[in-house]
Design a protein around this ligand. Structure first.
Ligand SMILES: Cc1cc2nc3c(=O)[nH]c(=O)nc-3n(C[C@H](O)[C@H](O)[C@H](O)COP(=O)(O)OP(=O)(O)OC[C@H]3O[C@@H](n4cnc5c(N)ncnc54)[C@H](O)[C@@H]3O)c2cc1C
Length: 419
């Protein structure tokens, strides 16, 4: 007999799991369908940089990004790359991105990201005090280091924008940086300090939240791929999976970069492109900072995780695959010595790098809300560089949408069918 749930979540990454947590806390019966295993390498939520970033209030689509992207395109070691291919969806996405890279659109997005990131940090703290879990959460801020005049100019501009919208930040010189983070010798001429940022160990977070959801009665269907849907009129009645049909009242699309493929089965579009990134984790680093860094010019994130140090970066708009471009992984590591002294990374085995696919929207805002054409299907994807940061607030918003409650943050700009 077909199993039935109040809510079925497609995708067991950070977004799907946090949605399961909040929905089950509301007393609903919930199932999570995951084509692989929960909390494992193939999901983008596994090996990322683990930053919880109220500092990232400026959308990815911002003025100047197109020119920068074009310059980077021709450098095989640059932090951004588009795999050249004739793909109609990619071309449409790029056109939408190009149109979103303007001052007006960026300024419309900033308060949305500020509110989402701030509220999500509050929810992380609430989870920490309500639940007995540990996942390496540290609230120590973030340092965005710059080495060049252009980098300093970019960080000064960021500081002005931050001040305008009430995000706390401070520009520091080299001495101030080294006083704040004495565990490593910082070479950079200066940096921007965001005291409110935090960080965590992402796979531990996803697994800990999945355990909580399980305790709340959530059913987990691992190694189960969602293949299609059954409908009655414009509403979905059940999901067809590789292991049979499962019935439900509401369906949450939390399948990250894979979301567009499944939406085709419903003749729906969701403008998500995979943005591949890499990370390398050094087990016993010579120096272990307490505060995470972003290397401004190189776009590299460095995060202390327990006794290890993770280096992450690169955004490649490529087809869906997890193959590793070692040259780009090496470029991530090669960028480090110009910012931090005595970080011996020559011996790091780049073959052991991890790759993940960020689900990127063209305007840098996530997709959260009901599809007009299929009202019992709710999008929870498109979080790009912010999927860990925004996982709790997304889960909370999804539970509010399902229960027809007012949303704690305005989501009118996040409609899934806005393109
Ligand atoms: C190098 C790198 C560094 C990053 N650093 C940060 C950071 O510091 N802070 C931050 O906030 N974010 C960061 N991110 C982004 C973050 O990792 C993503 O935004 C986030 O993991 C997306 O979560 P998700 O749940 O939407 O997708 P995923 O984690 O990819 O989960 C989607 C899941 O859906 C499953 N699935 C897909 N299709 C189906 C189907 N048909 N049936 C069943 N299951 C399906 C997949 O197997 C997958 O497990 C980083 C990303 C990268 C690559």
């Amino acid at each position: 007999m077909e199993q039935k749930f109040d809510v079925i979540i497609i995708g067991g990454g950070a977004i799907g799991i946090c949605s399961a947590y909040y929905l089950s806390k509301n007393g609903l019966s919930v199932a999570v369908i995951e084509k692989n295993e929960i909390g494992k390498e193939s999901s983008c939520s596994f090996g990322n940089a683990g930053l919880i970033s109220p500092s990232h209030f400026v959308p990815l689509a911002a003025p100047g990004m197109v020119a920068k992207g074009l310059k980077w395109m021709f450098n095989p070691e640059s932090p951004f790359y588009i795999h050249p291919r004739m793909d109609g969806e990619l071309l449409k996405w790029l056109w939408r991105y190009f149109r979103a890279c303007n001052e007006k659109q960026m300024r419309r997005g900033i308060p949305v990201l500020r509110d989402l990131t701030t509220e999500s940090l509050r929810l992380f703290k609430e989870i920490n005090s309500d639940e007995n879990i540990s996942y390496g959460f540290e609230h120590r801020g973030l340092l965005m280091l710059h080495n060049t005049i252009a980098g300093e100019k970019a960080n000064r501009h960021e500081a002005h924008l931050a001040e305008e919208v009430g995000v706390e930040t401070r520009l520091l010189n080299n001495d101030e940086l080294n006083n704040l983070e004495p565990n490593v010798k910082i070479l950079s001429r200066g940096g921007l300090y965001f005291p409110n940022d935090a960080h965590l160990i992402p796979d531990q977070f996803v697994n800990a939240m999945a355990e909580l959801a399980k305790k709340n009665g959530v059913g987990f269907f691992a190694q189960t791929e969602a293949l299609g849907f059954e409908k009655n009129g414009n509403r979905i009645t059940s999901i067809v999976t590789s292991n049979g049909k499962i019935g439900g009242k509401e369906f949450i699309l939390a399948s990250g970069s894979w979301a567009p493929m499944l939406m085709k089965k419903l003749s729906l579009n969701i403008s998500v492109q995979p943005g591949k990134g890499y990370s390398v984790t050094v087990q016993q680093p010579v120096h272990l900072p307490k505060i995470p860094f972003i290397l401004t010019e190189a776009r590299v994130a460095i995060t202390p995780m327990g006794g290890t140090l993770r280096f992450g970066g690169t955004l490649e708009l490529s087809p869906i695959n997890l193959t590793i471009n070692e040259r780009r992984v090496k470029a991530i590591l090669n960028a480090v010595p110009a910012y931090l002294d005595d970080m011996r990374l020559d011996a790091v085995n780049t073959k052991e790098a991890w790759a993940g696919l960020r689900p990127c929207s063209p305007d840098g805002l996530p997709f959260i809300g009901r599809f007009q054409a299929v009202p019992n299907l709710i999008a929870a994807t498109g979080h790009a560089m912010l999927g860990i940061t925004l996982a709790p607030i997304t889960g909370k918003l999804i539970s509010e949408i399902v229960s027809n409650e007012n949303n704690i943050v305005d989501i009118s700009q996040l409609k899934p069918d806005r393109f």
